[in-house]
Ligand binder design. Structure first.
Ligand code: GLC
Length: 638
């Protein structure tokens, strides 16, 4: 297999731990590319037919051609088309002209720009701030073989516990145990299945990691077991920044053991996030990972079995230094006549406070005996926070599986946890974005993934939630999450709650299929979500279809993602059996010929297309995953 992978070395690369195989370095330049080390870039001419896949969690389509993407993990809640970076950086791409294809992995932890026909419509240029990188070329006859070879290189993806395939309800704003109880009651009363309730930052005492507010959650261990008896697991959030507060053990230990990131002058960096002023643990040091990872025990000892790691790009609201600079400039502005340019300056100044590029250059990491400025290894930060937790779970509890996923990620993190795609909005375009992100994430090793269903920011609507849930039932991570101050979007709040119940029950009936396809995709280095073009290689139409996906081996889905839509066009690359589900048992089946069809899809219907000579096993729903019978399945065949 290693014959299919070659490694090239540029400059003085840092070991990122992205890969698990030691491929010898090939002397020379990456074949086929014009490499210009002086200008720190490499480029290739793209033929008209060339499709570029990959890059994981980004804006825009499955075919990445036509835009500029920047690998620099960013806490930016406005996931608009004009953006270049989101929370993750997965530098793996596949170039496919239909006849030949090749994979490329840029193993570099700093900023990388992928200009894929943006500056010049025919040219693909990869440029670096520092061209210190290992570049791997991965060959194979088709994209799926390239993915398989690449995934062998980077190691097996994370598999969560089986119950994590259930439905989870989350909201930033559940203030106390009673709020959480009310959510469990709401679902239980209507008989809507639910396995997890997520606890956002309000469970902590003053947003301090590994603390529990004694007033809001007076007896968390008892509450955890109360909820477990109701079939529900509580999943708390952990943030990257540690509050600066004398007497707080995590802070004290971090200071005493020199575990926090420091500036050039040797002082600890002071940044502000939810708790106010914080220090950032230097997760790139193994001893810091061990220390921070062991802290999760505070909560696992209370019965907690899963976590979501957040703000780990790391997100910075401001640093002390930058705040002083901005205030100084504001004072200057105050003295002046605020003309239009002054007004722009004023708003820009306020906007410049958070996640400032300068702040990412203000602090350092210690890697071995090297001291490296943060921005040079920025994308490794979230990975190593999640790795801290993952390694600790393996060390302390080797026989148990924990649920773990992160916001920031990079290739390597896929071995320790999953990802959610961060602060999307309750927009129809973000439902479509969710559909397109899933196969791209899968290629790069992130199989346990999903978006905030219904949308995080902005107010959702009943029809958006319904259509999003109808797609979400196929995503391994299946969580409804919303921001503080937005419309409440627990499913029992909507008028057509009965329809929601039927769709969630369908998820539970599909879990035996979803789980086994997921695990087999992980074990075989395959993809759970595939673009049609990866499966129907000889059908040129499939290359442009990005709103239908192959899920597992047996089925194709064609979600509805437009407001007030009563149907959609679906392209069938071959004859398939269409199942129109209104609920698990209320369904119609119809053999559909290959070709284009306009298909009506009512508000309460989900379409599933069973592929020729494949079968879809369907179980019986239950209120919780633990209740499902994985042996009592009926096969639907085509
Ligand atoms: C971040 C997370 C979001 C969470 C919020 C409060 O914005 O992405 O999911 O609800 O912080 O913790």
């Amino acid at each position: 297999m290693t014959a299919d992978i070659k490694r090239y070395r540029y400059g003085d690369p840092i070991d990122t731990d992205a890969v698990v195989m030691n491929i010898p370095v090939t002397v020379g330049d990456v074949p086929g590319w014009k490499v210009d080390t002086l200008n720190k870039c490499m480029s290739v001419i793209m033929s008209r037919d060339l499709v570029v896949y990959g890059l994981g969690e980004t804006v825009r389509g499955i075919n990445k051609r036509g835009w500029l993407y920047t690998s620099f993990n960013s806490d930016d809640p406005r996931h608009e088309e004009g953006k270049h970076s989101l929370y993750a950086s997965q530098n793996f791409i596949i170039l496919d002209d239909g006849k030949n294809c090749e994979g490329l992995f840029i193993d570099h932890p700093g900023t990388v720009h992928f200009d894929i026909g943006y500056s010049d419509i025919d040219v693909f240029t990869i440029s670096f701030e520092d061209m210190d990188a290992y570049i791997y070329t991965i060959s194979g006859n088709d994209p799926l073989t390239i993915v398989k070879n690449f995934r062998e290189l980077i190691g097996t993806s994370y598999i969560p516990p089986r119950w994590a395939f259930g439905f989870g309800q989350s909201r930033w704003g559940y203030k106390n145990a009673d709020d959480v109880r009310a959510v469990a009651d709401g679902y239980e009363k209507l008989g809507i299945p639910l396995d997890m309730i997520y606890m956002d930052i309000d469970y902590m005492k003053d947003f301090k990691d590994f603390t529990v507010d004694p007033e809001r959650f007076p007896d968390l261990p008892a509450f955890v077991s109360e909820m477990r008896k109701r079939g529900i697991r509580l999943i708390p959030i952990i943030d990257a920044g540690v509050k600066i507060e004398p007497g707080y053990d995590v802070y004290e230990e971090g200071v005493n053991n020199d575990y926090f990131c420091k500036k050039e002058d040797g002082e600890r960096l002071v940044a502000a996030v939810w708790p106010g002023r914080v220090h950032f643990p230097d997760f790139l040091k193994p001893e810091v990972r061990e220390w921070f990872g062991d802290k999760y025990r505070v909560l696992t000892d209370m019965g907690i079995e899963g976590f979501w790691n957040d703000m780990n790009e790391p997100a910075i609201f401001y640093t002390d230094e930058h705040l002083v600079e901005v205030f100084d400039e504001l004072k200057e502005l105050e003295k002046q006549e605020l003309d239009i340019w002054g007004f722009f300056k004023l708003t820009e100044l306020a906007d410049s406070l958070a996640n400032s590029p300068e702040d990412y250059r203000r602090f350092y990491h210690e890697i071995g005996d090297k001291r490296i400025r943060h921005d040079k290894v920025h994308n490794l930060y979230g990975f190593n926070m999640t790795r801290a937790a993952g390694e600790a779970f393996e060390r302390n509890d080797p026989d148990k599986k924990y649920l773990l996923f992160s916001r920031a990620s990079v290739i390597g993190a896929h071995r320790y946890g999953g990802v959610w795609t961060g602060d999307n909005s309750s927009w129809w375009s973000h439902l479509l974005l969710n559909i397109k992100q899933m196969p791209s994430l899968n290629m790069t090793g992130f199989l346990f993934s999903g978006a905030d269903i219904g949308g995080f920011g902005a107010d959702t609507t009943e029809d958006l939630m319904m259509r999003w849930i109808q797609f979400g039932i196929f995503t391994p991570l299946f969580r409804n999450h919303a921001a503080l101050g937005t419309r409440e979007q627990e499913l029992y709040r909507f008028k057509r709650s009965e329809d929601f119940k039927h769709i969630i029950e369908l998820r539970y009936a599909l879990i035996p299929y979803i789980y086994s396809e997921f695990v087999s995709a992980v074990q075989n280095n395959g993809m759970y979500f595939k673009p049609l073009s990866f499966v129907y290689r000889d059908d040129p139409r499939c290359k442009t279809i990005e709103d239908q996906l192959i899920v597992g081996e047996s089925i194709m889905i064609a979600p509805v993602y437009e407001q007030n839509s009563e149907g959609r066009y679906v392209y069938l690359p071959e004859e398939m059996k269409m199942i129109r589900f209104r609920s698990v048992d209320d369904r119609d089946e119809e053999i559909m010929s290959a070709g284009d069809h306009y298909i009506r899809v009512s508000f309460n219907e989900v379409l599933v297309f069973v592929r020729k000579d494949h079968k879809l096993p369907l179980g019986k729903p239950g209120m919780h995953v633990d209740e499902l019978d994985f042996n009592d399945l009926k096969n639907i065949t085509c």
